[in-house]
Design a protein around this ligand. Structure first.
Ligand code: IDP
Ligand code: MG
Length: 139
């Protein structure tokens, strides 16, 4: 099924100079980029993005980190994009990620795991709307 998912190259990925590398992987796989921007997000937007984690002990640090520097937000489209993009990223904890995945190649620390990808159709729709106006997304 053709799907859209929100991908973030988080501030650690931007700081490590991995923007091009990460975008290349999605392009070479055949995904379509339908929106993209480099931004520093507000605390409100960050808290909305991670609202499912509000009760977790790591929530405050997670929000501080995601607003600490610029990130790249993109909407990526393709068959099974939600699941396939997460497969390309690897598991949340990079210590468990296989080489060949983004987290397995570029990260070791769960709180600095380089990328975000939506985990369901419902999350994707909510997260895309939090980052992009409809006229910023190319049909
Ligand atoms: P995901 O990014 O793979 O979807 P989530 O469980 O949605 O993982 O968690 C969101 C983000 O919160 C993770 O990418 C990671 O950076 C951070 N995180 C998750 N679990 C922990 C933890 O136990 N300690 C610190 N940070 C965590
Ligand atoms: Mg998640």
């Amino acid at each position: 099924m053709l799907e859209r998912t929100l991908v973030l190259i988080k501030p650690d990925g931007v700081a490590k100079g991995l923007i091009g590398e990460i975008i290349s992987r999605f392009e070479r796989r055949g995904f379509n980029i339908c929106a993209m921007k480099l931004i520093k997000i507000s605390r409100d937007k960050a808290e909305l993005h991670y609202e499912e984690h509000r009760s977790k002990q790591f929530f405050a640090r997670l929000v501080e980190f995601i607003i600490s520097g610029p990130l790249v937000a993109m909407v990526i489209e393709g068959p099974g994009a939600i699941k396939n993009v997460r497969h390309m990223m690897g598991p949340t904890d990079p210590a468990e990620a296989l080489p060949g995945t983004i987290r397995g190649d570029y990260a070791l620390n769960i709180s600095r795991n380089i990328v975000h990808g939506s985990d369901s159709l419902e999350s994707a729709n909510r997260e895309i709307a939090n980052f992009f106006k409809s006229d910023e997304i190319i049909e």
